[in-house]
Ligand binder design. Structure first.
Ligand SMILES: C[S@@+](CC[C@H](N)C(=O)[O-])C[C@H]1O[C@@H](n2cnc3c(N)ncnc32)[C@H](O)[C@@H]1O
Length: 195
């Protein structure tokens, strides 16, 4: 049933969904295993929740997970996942700073190949404020762009997915991250994607 839901949403919004099938368990685990001890975790583009469920399995008990999904039909399905640590937000990721401050770890399945340059720049500016940013893509060409925003970028290949995928694990040292909890002015400067 999840397969039918996913593919029917793909036919309605092909560029936004960006994939014909949800991510495999192999891909979801490859992403979630890099969460470490993060406590304020954010997911971009959870879809039907295959990565979301793996994040919940891997994350520490005292962590919270906030998911941003633009498609309301996917949100209805995600709300069936019962876990008090999980919050689903039906909004564009570009508004994420209205809901969460300074995530430690961002996991994203956004179809970046369908985003224009300024949208991508806004996403990377936002994600580079977190210590760890984990993104999957179907191509191996994202590393040079990510290196402009992150000190350390690793790529893992996941063959057991339709289609095979690449997971990018990008990290910035803690002292290079701009903290935005102090004043609302600082928060605007550091986090406002719409600026
Ligand atoms: C490739 S699918 C991945 C779904 C799921 N995480 C998986 O791996 O099976 C991309 C998801 O990103 C969502 N999405 C695309 N653009 C978005 C945006 N600007 N804000 C929030 N979600 C977005 C789509 O609705 C879709 O659910």
């Amino acid at each position: 049933m999840r397969f039918l839901k996913f593919i029917s949403e793909f036919f309605k919004h092909p560029k936004q969904v960006g994939a014909v099938a949800e991510s495999s368990g192999f891909l979801a685990r490859k992403m979630a295993q890099h969460i470490g001890q993060a406590t304020n975790i954010v997911e971009f583009g959870p879809g039907t929740g295959s990565v979301t469920k793996e994040i919940l399995r891997h994350m520490p008990q005292n962590s919270r997970l906030t998911c941003f999904e633009i498609n309301p039909n996917f949100c209805e399905r995600l709300k069936k996942i019962k876990d008090s640590r999980l919050k689903i937000v039906n909004d564009d990721v570009q508004n994420c700073n209205r809901y969460v401050e300074q995530p430690d770890c961002i996991l994203s399945s956004l179809p970046l190949a369908n985003f224009n340059e300024s949208e991508k720049e806004r996403i990377f500016t936002l994600t580079s404020k977190s210590k760890t940013y984990i993104q999957f893509q179907y191509n191996p060409f994202l590393r040079p762009t990510l290196k402009k925003y992150f000190k350390d970028v690793k790529i893992k290949f996941v063959p057991l997915n339709i289609p095979p995928a690449f997971v990018y694990i990008s990290k910035n040292p803690r002292d290079k991250i701009y903290h935005c909890e102090n004043s609302s002015e600082q928060k605007k400067q550091a986090c406002n994607l719409n600026a």
